[in-house]
Write a protein that binds this ligand. Structure first.
Ligand code: G6P
Ligand code: MN
Length: 475
């Protein structure tokens, strides 16, 4: 057999080219790191999630350096204690940061590079109504799924669309990272109102939370798992969970382990019972539908009657949050303000949610093309779902926004579920834009958590009553 002699010169030249490219990339990354520090605004500064962000901005200040951070809220009483807490924290650990909090939109948005949106239209009091009213009629309200989610959706359409217009007045080029709920409905509304705006990104932390849970189960790092995922926001499935080093699909192993040991959140020790119950339902879902690993929110669509009969209409998740997380956050603020120092409180649990959102901002800022599960316009990513649906899939994310990875056709069962919900979400957004009672009634009727036109009308009418002034007037 004749062999070509090894051409060392060629190998050397190609090595030189690669080496040159790697150097270019490295330099660009270094430049990126040395790039001017960022200006960030958090909309919903008075949220119970803000403390986690403030601490994470300190922890991650080398990799995501800030020049200016502004908290914005419309609720002075919530924002002020958190703002004062921030002043004390940053004086201790990040004195060079220009930090402030405000109720003024110009001060909030002008000159911003990133706006993190975590507003809760109507506050926790309205979340309680979204959950209680439907449940008192035997339907799950829920914060984002079911009639409660649609009620919240209509309020969020009003407030989010206004907020994004305000942001664009003062910061035309800022990246808007939206995780305000219900993210599916908000994403659809923003797609229609701002069709040419390429710097609005919709994202939810729950898929990553499920990946983190798998890492707990497998005893590996969550960053070592490479998921394939399809669905809508709060309604999706993992088809594969690859080991990033070996390429092995770990889903069969995860399936077996869940059947045997159940499923827990990564941070189970810090969770309320209702969250443990929610993760526990993954075992039930997988015993009925073993194909894929579900998002925890799928429980509401798959077992609406069972869930409704096991929830207390007088004490739902909203009440649990108000009695728990909200109290803890504002107590911590009061203590820090009184003592004028954070001390050990800084080292309390790191915040996975905030860290994920900051990593998303980094992926954009440094054009890293990291993989994240994001809510994007379908455009063929899930081949058998309509192009203009807002779907949730794995994307590469860089300076020009998300590039979704293709899933192909999904099986009939999942298609049926999702097409139903896409229609529901589109109709509720139609109801907002057209101020149409009829469209709202259609959306409520289609939703699997209602599924009956008489019930739909009854719960819709009750929700119209309590949302006066916060919804468009439907006729
Ligand atoms: C997850 C979801 C969020 C949701 C949150 C509710 O993180 O992705 O969209 O808002 O859970 O948590 P809570 O503790 O307020 O019930
Ligand atoms: Mn979410």
């Amino acid at each position: 057999m004749e062999c070509n002699p090894i051409n060392f010169e060629n190998i050397y030249n190609s090595f030189k080219i690669h080496y040159h490219q790697i150097n270019l990339i490295n330099n660009a990354l270094k430049k990126g790191k040395a790039m001017k520090p960022f200006n960030v605004c958090i909309v919903g500064g008075g949220s119970t999630y803000t403390l986690g962000f403030l601490k994470s901005f300190v922890r991650l200040k080398e990799e995501f350096p800030l020049k200016k951070l502004v908290l914005f809220d419309i609720d002075k009483d919530r924002q002020e204690p958190i703002g004062k807490y921030g002043e004390i924290l940053f004086k201790e650990r990040f004195p060079e940061l220009d930090f402030s909090y405000t109720l003024d939109i110009k001060e909030a948005y002008e000159g911003m590079d990133f706006v993190f949106m975590q507003m809760r239209a109507g506050g926790l009091e309205m979340r309680a109504k979204d959950e209680h009213i439907p449940l008192s009629m035997g339907m799950i309200g829920q914060e984002t799924c079911g009639p409660g989610g649609m009620a919240y959706g209509l309020r969020s359409c009003v407030d989010m669309i206004k907020a994004v217009h305000d942001i664009r007045t003062y910061a035309p080029d800022a990246w808007i990272l939206n995780y305000s709920n219900p993210a599916a409905i908000v994403a659809e509304a923003l797609r229609r109102e701002f069709p040419d705006d390429k710097r609005i990104l919709n994202i939810c932390d729950q898929p990553e939370n499920v990946v983190r849970s798998c890492s707990r189960l497998l005893g590996c790092k969550w960053e070592d798992l490479d998921p394939v995922y399809f669905g809508l926001n709060h309604y999706g499935w993992f088809t594969h969970m690859y080991d990033i080093h070996t390429g092995e699909d770990l889903l069969p192993k995860i399936r077996e382990m869940i059947a045997e040991h159940g499923f827990l959140p990564q941070d189970a020790e810090q969770r309320d019972q209702s969250w443990l119950d929610t993760y526990g339902m993954v075992q039930t879902i997988m015993s009925d539908f073993p194909d894929y690993l579900p998002n925890t929110y799928d429980q509401y669509y798959l077992y609406p009657e069972y869930k409704a009969s096991h929830l207390n209409p007088d004490f739902t998740r909203a009440d649990e949050v108000m009695a728990g997380r909200e109290k803890r956050v504002f107590t911590e603020c009061a203590e820090v303000i009184k003592e004028e120092k954070l001390g050990d409180r800084f080292h309390a649990i790191s915040d996975a949610h905030a860290e994920m959102m900051i990593k998303v901002a980094e992926a954009i800022a440094y054009n890293r093309n990291d993989r994240h599960i994001l809510i994007v316009e379908n455009k063929g990513a899930i081949a058998n779902i309509q192009d203009d649906a807002m779907v949730e899939v794995v994307c590469e994310l860089g300076i020009n926004g998300p590039r979704p990875m293709r899933i192909g056709n999904i099986p009939q069962f999942y298609l049926g579920l999702l097409v139903n919900q896409v229609s529901c979400e589109k109709l509720i957004v139609d109801a907002y834009f057209e101020k149409s009672y009829q469209k709202a009634l259609e959306a409520f009727t289609l939703n699997r958590l209602v599924n009956d036109a008489k019930k739909a009308r009854k719960v819709l009418d009750a929700l119209i009553e309590v949302n006066k002034g916060m919804w468009p007037e439907l006729s």
